[in-house]
Ligand binder design. Structure first.
Ligand SMILES: C[S@@+](CC[C@H](N)C(=O)[O-])C[C@H]1O[C@@H](n2cnc3c(N)ncnc32)[C@H](O)[C@@H]1O
Length: 398
């Protein structure tokens, strides 16, 4: 298989310490992945009972302390969906490092024995993309791209996604991608330095889809501490515009007091349902991340009454209480604009507003109930039968 690995300033592999135990950013990443992909499978795979999945930078599958890495998380989901819902996941895992592949194969073997279709490839993710896409013809496809450095070249990514687009957006395609902010900061510094390596900047041009990112790092002006964030936001916008997807980017931090994100998780979908569930899942994963931060703090200083994390952590109840009137206002505006009934999920970003990814969906139900109590909608906020909150139709008051 052709090997064309990330060059330039970035390391492509992980250090030995990486696989000893899960670092904090990965707690968030794995929590999000582990909560989202079962829902992706459930929502999109129920029709034909098939889903295709690619973990393009799979790593070892499992940490030395026994925690699951991204690959094992997917295999667990695949195994559960197979036994409980007769839903078949075809899972591709690519990994460039031979030692990591050997470990990953051992983990995959466990799940193959449970009937999981786990295909491990040693080599560059680019080398298996074609096979993944041809396997996924007519089937839902989820791409998880989690490199340590730079991700696939922009044209390759956009081309792969664009080729999957169909009228009616079926079968669905979604991706979750690690966009390294460390890489952006390092390459930004490289680009504005007289001693910078042009080859590294050229390589980054390919990943970013042009030279545009360099404008955020002008040599003649002072270093803008927010430049990397702006680049991440612009990258997500460009990806959205180029693919027609709904693209959201979520910052992930090394520690609560850190200002700059270590990476962004960039998510793309053509489905409004995907966007809704992703925002809800981000809020839940964020909460799990805080819990882990508090546990780590307690372990570090068992005699403390209040850990640093507990003082920094926004109280989820307070955040939800603050969100409810804001979301109610958003709903009121949507009703006023359209003057006709609307389904919540069709207006995900307008419904949640600034609270997208901050609060979970029960906040929306509470907001509908608030509007109902104020006689602004006959919609009660109580689901009919098994109706999900996102599928609820909000009706204007007469
Ligand atoms: C951040 S680690 C993956 C962590 C894993 N996704 C998880 O969450 O458990 C990135 C992995 O990508 C591998 N890698 C780097 N470049 C690659 C490439 N071009 N194709 C496939 N794998 C690559 C590295 O060897 C490393 O194991």
């Amino acid at each position: 298989m052709k090997r064309r690995l990330t060059g330039g300033l970035m390391s492509t592999g992980t250090s030995k310490a990486y696989w000893a135990e899960r670092a904090l950013p990965s707690v968030f990443k794995h929590n999000l992945l582990g909560r989202y992909i079962p829902q992706f499978g459930g929502m999109t795979g129920s029709r034909d009972k098939q889903v295709v999945y690619l973990d393009g930078y799979a790593g070892e599958g499992r940490y030395e302390n026994g925690d699951s890495g991204s690959a094992e998380i997917a295999m667990k989901v695949a195994s559960k969906h197979r036994s409980q819902h007769q839903l078949h996941w075809t899972c591709f895992f690519t990994e460039a490092d031979a030692k990591s592949v050997a470990k990953l194969e051992q983990v995959a073997d466990i799940y193959r024995r449970q009937g999981v279709d786990a295909r491990v490839h040693h080599g560059d993710v680019d080398g298996v993309l074609r096979q993944v896409v041809s396997t996924a013809v007519g089937k839902p496809l989820f791409l998880f791209l989690d490199p340590c450095g730079l991700v696939l070249p922009y044209e390759r990514l956009v081309g792969t996604l664009a080729a999957r687009r169909r009228a009616g957006n079926w079968p669905p395609t979604e991706f979750l991608m690690n966009f390294s902010m460390d890489a952006v900061r390092r390459l930004g510094g490289n680009a504005r330095s007289a001693k910078g390596l042009e080859a590294s900047s050229l390589r980054f041009d390919q990943v970013m889809g042009g030279r545009w990112w360099r404008e955020y790092f002008p040599a003649e002006r002072e270093w803008d501490p927010d430049a990397a964030e702006k680049v991440a936001v612009a990258y997500a916008q460009r990806l959205g515009a180029a693919t027609g997807m709904l693209v959201r980017s979520v910052p992930v931090f090394r520690a609560p007091h850190h200002r700059g994100a270590v990476y962004h998780l960039v998510f793309g979908t053509w489905r409004q349902h995907g966007l809704w569930v992703f925002g809800d899942t981000v809020a839940r994963a964020r909460d799990a991340w805080w819990q882990e931060v508090e546990l780590a703090d307690e372990a570090h200083d068992p005699n403390t009454l209040f850990t640093a994390a507990s003082l920094l952590r926004p109280d989820p109840k307070e955040v939800t209480e603050a969100a409810i009137p804001v979301i109610a206002k958003n709903l009121e505006q949507l009703l006023a604009q359209g003057r006709r009934p609307f389904r919540l999920v069709d207006h995900t970003l307008n419904v949640f507003g600034d609270y997208y990814g901050q609060v979970t969906e029960p906040a929306v139900r509470a907001a509908v109930k608030k509007l109902h109590a104020e006689a602004k909608t006959p919609t009660t906020g109580v689901s009919k039968g098994k109706e999900k909150i996102r599928d609820m139709v909000v009706v204007p008051a007469r």
